[in-house]
Design a protein around this ligand. Structure first.
Ligand SMILES: [Zn+2]
Length: 84
């Protein structure tokens, strides 16, 4: 894929499958193996708008329409000021 990183101008961008975390009002949806192009220099990731729309749609299907996700994980939460 021939694309220039919009962020740093690097020309080496590779196709990858990555974990995408969608966050909305402190609610999260983790989607594994989302296709993206990642800049090999700065790590900026580029997703297709269509794919992000699908993730957003799935988020609302789960949180607002009771769709059952493939699986669930529990995530620890900390306040930074309380860290030792
Ligand atoms: Zn870059």
């Amino acid at each position: 894929m021939n694309r220039v990183c919009n962020f740093c101008g690097n020309k080496n961008v590779s196709s990858k499958l990555v974990q995408y975390v969608y966050k909305h009002d402190d609610r999260f949806l983790v989607v594994n193996n989302v296709p993206c192009e990642e800049c090999e220099y700065c790590g900026e990731r580029y997703f297709r708008a269509h794919d992000l729309k699908r993730i957003e749609k799935d988020f609302f299907a789960i949180y607002e329409h009771g769709k059952k996700a493939a699986r669930k994980i529990s995530v620890p939460v900390e306040e930074f000021v309380e860290l030792s």
